[in-house]
Design a protein around this ligand. Structure first.
Ligand SMILES: [Zn+2]
Length: 185
C-alpha cells in the first residue's frame, strides 16, 4: 500500500515537472525575426462581427507584437463591411474578409476585389466559386464531421494530413536548427 502511494506521488511529481517545463518552454519562445519574413495573423474577428476590438485597435496590438498583416474573418455570408475593408493602419495591412456558416462547416475568405452583392451559396464547392468570383482567397475552416457524414475518406484524409504535417516537422527540424545556429553566430 505504501509502495503504491509512493509511486503515485512520484508520478504526480514527474507530471507536474513535465507540465511546468513545457509551460516554461512555450513562455520563453520568441519567433525568429528577419526582414525575409512577413509576420501575419489569420482568422481575426473585429467589432464588425463578434470581435472585441476595432480594426484600428487590432492594428495597434499587431504592431506592438511585430505583426504586419492581419486577415479579418468576420462572421457573415458575406460580411459586407469586413469584406470591403482594406486599409494600412500604423504600417499594418488589414485585409478584410468573412467567415460564413455552411451546412457542414465554415468557409472563410478574404481579400475580395469586388464587394460581394449576393448571399454566398450554401453548397461548399459553389461557395468557394463565389468567393473566387469576388476575387477573394477561400479557406475551408472548421469543417464539421457528424456521425452520418464521417466516412472512410474523411478518416484517410485526416490521417494523411497528420502524416504530412508530422513528416514536414521531422524533415524540416535539421534545416531549422541549422539556420538558427547560423543566425546566432
Ligand atoms: Zn471565426
Amino acid at each position: 500500500m505504501r509502495y503504491f502511494k509512493n509511486c503515485t506521488v512520484a508520478i504526480a511529481c514527474v507530471a507536474v515537472l513535465v507540465y511546468l517545463s513545457i509551460g516554461i518552454h512555450y513562455a520563453s519562445y520568441s519567433p525568429h525575426r528577419s526582414n525575409a519574413y512577413l509576420w501575419g495573423v489569420y482568422h481575426v474577428h473585429s467589432t464588425m462581427s463578434d470581435g472585441l476590438q476595432s480594426p484600428e485597435e487590432i492594428a495597434q496590438q499587431a504592431r506592438a507584437s511585430g505583426i504586419r498583416l492581419v486577415l479579418l474573418t468576420d462572421h457573415g455570408s458575406p460580411n459586407q463591411a469586413s469584406s470591403s475593408f482594406h486599409e494600412i493602419i500604423d504600417g499594418v495591412t488589414i485585409v478584410g474578409g468573412s467567415e460564413a456558416n455552411l451546412p457542414d462547416g465554415r468557409l472563410t475568405f478574404f481579400g475580395a476585389q469586388k464587394i460581394p452583392q449576393f448571399r454566398l451559396s450554401s453548397f461548399p464547392p459553389a461557395a468557394i466559386d463565389d468567393a473566387q468570383e469576388w476575387g477573394a482567397f477561400p479557406v475551408l475552416t472548421g469543417y464539421f464531421a457528424s456521425a452520418h457524414t464521417l466516412r472512410g475518406e474523411a478518416i484517410a484524409a485526416a490521417a494523411f494530413a497528420f502524416l504530412t504535417s508530422y513528416a514536414q516537422r521531422v524533415l524540416s527540424t535539421p534545416v531549422r536548427s541549422r539556420t538558427r545556429g547560423r543566425s546566432r553566430r
